[in-house]
Write a protein that binds this ligand. Structure first.
Ligand code: ADP
Ligand code: MG
Ligand code: ZN
Length: 602
């Protein structure tokens, strides 16, 4: 951004420091040399008596002036000059006095030149240095504004376009109107339409909200001001509000432009209530934001975008018409979206012919755009590590697992007995899954430990994307979760901690069936829990009496017990296959879904 007009405040100190340094340097070096060449004027008689007195050391005559160097009482050499009145025997007289007579005396400096060197030159240096500094400042994207010192990231051109955002077509459609408005605000003003002042991008982390905001600015070719909500929350009360004021003032000057407030939930939390008590600072900041949003003219061409992954915690005042009244969901990508995102990020990556992004997209249900970008990069890094010149399917598959489960722990020392437990556990999952209808086919089973702590895992992959789950499918899924533990019980007669994660997932699903999906006998279609944190982990809060809560717990327990028994039944009926497959897995460490099915169907 160009910082014409207002000079940035902090850099001014550097400016002064450098100027002072330059001046000091000049005064210590060049200037004294020239300043020394000033001449004290005396009359001719004084000159002659100085010659006779023997204090004159050197002299030179030019035109009608004599310049000479003489010692003063303290023995310092001083430059003098005198007008010659009569030239009769000057040379002789000088000779007799032992004065060196010739060219040794420096010329007198032009007074103009002296002025130039001592004042104008330093000033010029100062100016040039200053100009350089302010130009360099202009090249950076961080500016400090006014008194608040708010860090506002401003970009003239973000360089992003909608082409950089894969999938998210609904969000893009919703934002296209804003782009059009920014292109030509007058068109809207003439008709009398005023566009929403703000749009709120809502969705889980890493789905491309920030990217979309930048793309809007890039498409509209307008400047992009961004600030993160957390930057408003300051140590000193009142600073946050000042920052908001600064931000809008700057934006007003640069309109049309985009103002992007990331993580707006940090300032936009519901006011009052809550357990923390009032937070004056945050409320002030929020009030200032509301005031500014109301205050500016909607047709000026300033569009405010904000992003959050906690929309439910936002203050209602922010969401009312005239503020962030447009809410744009940016959800986790679907199958097609994931494939598109993988392709966008693989654009500059060398790929071998084996690469099939569709299968990678299928294996990454629930992954965000950021995670997919990471997967592509991990794959490229792996290809380099392997000394290959292009990325192959195996690299991508391995990096999916790295992102899901962490890196392989190749040299982890695990006893043979534990390896056996893990192998039976994983085959237990896979067998239970395979022997039930309506469960996703097994894609891969591995007992290579991972840095996440997983000692092995079974990957199931649906043929295509699923959006609904029937009650039966949900129940079968719980049975599959319990299948690992069930195998341990059957084979070793003891149980291990290895099922902790399965237990967590089974419980969450069973609870959901009872409290949210109306899939239990006793409660019919009653909502007993609400999701409070849709995009961040999906925490729930109970909304029923303690008595009901106790019944819910009992229902969840009985559901899981039933599923667990089902799993045990399935495995008991298939002991031979359980042994055979576990033995094969122990030997191979990793087996594919096809290998698994082949042995199972023999
Ligand atoms: P958010 O702000 O929603 O948390 P970001 O916009 O910061 O997410 O996304 C992080 C990164 O993930 C982006 O820089 C981009 O590389 C990648 N990404 C996320 N979503 C997409 C998408 N839909 N298309 C392409 N890349 C994406
Ligand atoms: Mg973001
Ligand atoms: Zn398990």
């Amino acid at each position: 951004m160009n910082t014409n007009g207002k000079k940035p405040k902090k850099p001014l100190i550097f400016y002064y420091l450098i100027a002072a340094a330059v001046l000091l340097l000049l005064n210590l070096t060049i200037v004294p040399q020239y300043m020394g060449r000033q001449f004290k004027e005396v009359d001719y008689g004084t000159f002659l008596s100085m010659v006779d007195g023997g204090s004159v050391k050197q002299a030179v005559v030019e035109n009608n002036t004599v310049r000479f160097i003489a010692e003063d009482e303290n023995g310092n050499n001083i430059n003098y000059k005198a007008n010659i009145v009569s030239n009769s025997d000057l040379s002789n007289r000088l000779y007799e006095a032992g004065v060196r007579y010739g060219q040794d005396v420096p010329e007198e400096m032009n007074p103009m030149l002296a002025l130039l060197l001592s004042w104008i030159l330093p000033l010029a240096v100062l100016l040039i240095v200053g100009r350089m500094i302010s130009r360099r400042m202009g090249g950076m994207n961080t500016m400090s504004f006014g008194k608040s010192g708010a860090k506002i990231y401003a970009e003239d051109q973000t360089g992003k376009t909608f082409a950089d955002v894969a999938g998210e077509d609904e969000a893009k459609d919703a934002l296209r109107e804003i782009v059009d408005f920014l292109h030509d605000p007058k068109k809207y003003a003439e008709i009398g339409a005023s566009l929403p002042k703000g749009a709120l991008l809502v969705g889980p982390p890493g789905t491309g909200k920030t990217l979309l905001a930048k793309a809007v600015a890039g498409e509209a070719k307008v400047p992009f001001f961004s600030i993160s909500g957390s930057e408003f929350v300051e140590m000193f009360v009142g600073m946050g509000a000042a920052k908001v004021r600064d931000l809008f003032k700057q934006a007003g000057e640069k309109a049309p432009c985009i103002v992007f407030i990331d993580e707006i939930d940090t300032i936009g939390k519901k006011r009052g209530g809550g357990f923390e008590g009032g937070n004056d600072e945050r409320e002030q900041t929020l009030n200032q934001l509301l005031t500014e949003m109301d205050g500016f003219d909607g047709n000026k061409g300033v569009v405010i975008l904000a992003a959050t992954n906690r929309p439910e915690s936002l203050d209602k005042a922010l969401l009312r018409p005239g503020r962030f009244d447009r809410r744009i969901p940016v959800e986790l990508p679907d199958l097609a979206g994931r494939e598109a995102i993988l392709k966008v990020h693989a654009k500059n990556v060398m790929l071998s012919d084996s690469v099939d992004f569709n299968s990678i997209a299928r294996a990454t249900q629930g992954a965000s755009g950021a995670e997919l970008a990471n997967i592509v990069n991990e794959a490229a890094l792996r290809a380099v590590r392997m000394g290959r010149s292009s990325v192959c399917q195996e690299d991508l598959e391995e990096s999916v697992e790295v992102v899901i489960a962490g890196y392989q722990r190749k040299n982890a020392s695990i006893s043979q007995h534990e390896r056996e437990i893990v192998a039976y556990h994983e085959i237990g999952h896979a067998l239970v899954a395979a022997r039930q209808s309506n469960s996703a086919p097994v894609h891969k089973i591995t007992i290579i430990p991972r840095t996440s702590g997983a000692l092995g895992y079974t990957m199931q992959l649906d043929e295509d994307e699923r959006f609904l789950m029937s009650k039966d499918e949900a129940f079968n899924k719980i049975a599959t979760f319990t299948g690992g533990r069930a195998a341990e019980e059957l084979i070793f007669g003891s149980i291990t901690t290895g099922a902790a994660n399965d237990i967590e997932q089974a419980t969450r699903l069973a609870r959901g069936m009872v409290t949210r999906y109306g899939m239990s006998e006793s409660f019919d279609m009653t909502a007993l829990e609400t999701v409070t944190n849709q995009y961040l982990g999906g925490d729930t809060t109970l909304m029923c009496s303690p008595e009901t809560a106790a019944k819910v717990d009992a229902e969840v327990v009985s559901l899981i017990k039933k599923a667990h028994e089902k799993a045990i039944g399935i495995l008991k009926a298939d002991m031979d296959k359980l042994h055979e497959l576990a033995g094969y897995l122990l030997e191979k460490e990793t087996i594919t879904g096809e290998e698994f099915m082949k042995i199972l169907n023999e």
